[in-house]
Design a protein around this ligand. Sequence first.
Ligand code: MOS
Length: 690
Amino acid sequence: MSTGLPLPRVEARAKVTGAARYAVEHSADGVAYGWIVTSTVARGRIEAIDTAAALAAPEVVAVITHENAPRLQPVDDHELRVLQAPEVSYRGQIVGVVVAESLESAREAAALVRVDYAAEGHDVLLVRDHPKLYRPEKVNPNYPTDTSFGDFDGAFAAAEVRVDVTYTTPAFHNNPMEPHATLAVWDEDGLTLYESSQGAPTARAPVAKVLGLADERVRVVAEHVGGGFGSKGTPRPHAVLAAVAAQVTGRPVKLAVTRQQMFQITGYRTPTVQRMRLGADADGRLVAIGHDVQEQTSTVREFAEQTATPTRVMYAGANRRTTHLVAALDVPTPSWMRAPGECPGMYALESAMDELAVAAGIDPVALRVRNDPEVDPEEGVPFSSRNLVACLREGAARFGWDARDPRPSTRREGRWLVGSGVASSTYPARCRPAQAFARAEAGGRHFVVGIGATDIGTGARTVLTQVAAETLGVEPGQVTMMVGDSALPHAPVAGGSAGTASWGSAVQGACRALRAQLDASGGPSGTDTVEATYDTTEDLERQKELSRHAFGAQFVTLRVDVDSGEIRVDRLLGVFAAGRILNPRTARSQFIGGMTMGMAMALMEESVVDLEFGDYLNHDLAQYHVPVNADIPSIEAHWIDEEDPDVNPLGVKGIGEIGIVGTAAAVGNAFFHATGVRIRDLPLRPDRVL
Ligand code: MOS
């Protein structure tokens, strides 16, 4: 048995010794360096660009703007059509790129590019009931915009206990350790992008399309990636810009997005305004569940986050409705950020459940257990497995929940008010079609397995090695796992927490097929190789119709300084039900990473809009606050044994995102328990607390 063991990352040594190459660490002969020039107005038109001073600066090779850039093809994601027109749709939009012999010269010359704008007024702030709100056709990735069952209005009006509250969340920016970066190299075969991407194979087609190339002419390599959190899930405009710069100059070009530019061109989580209405009988049984979402998109492309979708699966209740509205503002296009939809949506639902528990005088764990549905409450089909109640019970036992005095604002330690809170967590357990190969070499003593998966630092390479070794019946050390290249068999993005399930099912299939061939033939002799391939498409088409989700329970203890408003989290404890856990070491990292990010959402992270310039004020890690180890003295992630053969061929549920879901609500609920005050706008800044 190789799965289930805490195998260290197979690439750990390469990473700590610096041998692992990230995107722009790859080398290329004759390489030049690009520096992005961005717009300084939020809306308007470029009237003139003067590039003379930049072109005269030392070492400058080229300055590319909409006036001299090659024409690009139409694509769905208009953000990829860089430098095609003088119109400016948001502050920080790419208006040019300077290419030079060194990074320093490119940067220096970029400051010399003079752009004159005809600026127009901008509208960059999402406010409640914004006049530009409209109803999108679908919400991401393809869910119905609204759902309605029974008579929500009537049931809510008649409910014995009612909660009608509105929560707001600000924009949040993904900040992976490695900023987005591309090395673009053209040769006779076409274009190669060494790209910091969550999906080398999936990035290829949109880049090829916008450049007017056949897919086979583009190769994307993402061998090692320093995180993404969703922001590298689709190609960003800088990747196309690097390809264009390399094409125009006839040189390989390295283009690294700066941390500051990441706040403008690589995506973020939309702010939300969420009205929650919960109606229950005196025993806390939900009779009416309403979740109405308002959020933003850009004028460049519609991005409609699926914020209310978790409310469709969480709790039983005959009368229910969910709705989404979006406003197209003069802002960068929002994008995926860890648990898009589920994360902000569950903040609102799980905060409202706490308010309902208080209003009904019922323990918040008991309230959630009481409303656990038998089947998916909107789809009407069974769950492949649903162990929310087991997570709540085990979490409560480990946390010591039963000893909690429910009365708010009654525990004081010096200047601190102390409280605890709970919230549920969920995330869809997706599995997408994937292909893989497995090859026996060296007389059947060594194996090479390949799939176009991407390891963004999560341990994907390692768990796939474990799946391959176990299926082949060999040691992990006998398997070389090849990932991170669009030249490998096609596989889905490292996103939607679907990576391990999708890729692992394909790797398992390929290794089973190879094992069968070897058992029949006796294995390769000498330098011969035996290879098998597998495609999971048909397996997935044959799957039963079920509702597939992971679940979890989050518990928090915190204290609030009554003089300063400072909040310190003392303890986070999560229990998750996510199918088979393949590697407890990397799984734990995923869970506690998500929980930490959820805590930061509640207390620290916030992208602050500058109304005058129409951009984010705090666009670096000095002012956009993310937590460090000292911010959480105790963090525990546990999981329950969950056998779920029906969820997908491998029996695993993704764990990349569920850890963040619910944590912010648990923090807010603990804050209420500590203080007796309910703050419904994140983050819980000291100025809001006091
Ligand atoms: Mo995740 S935000 O779907 O990469």
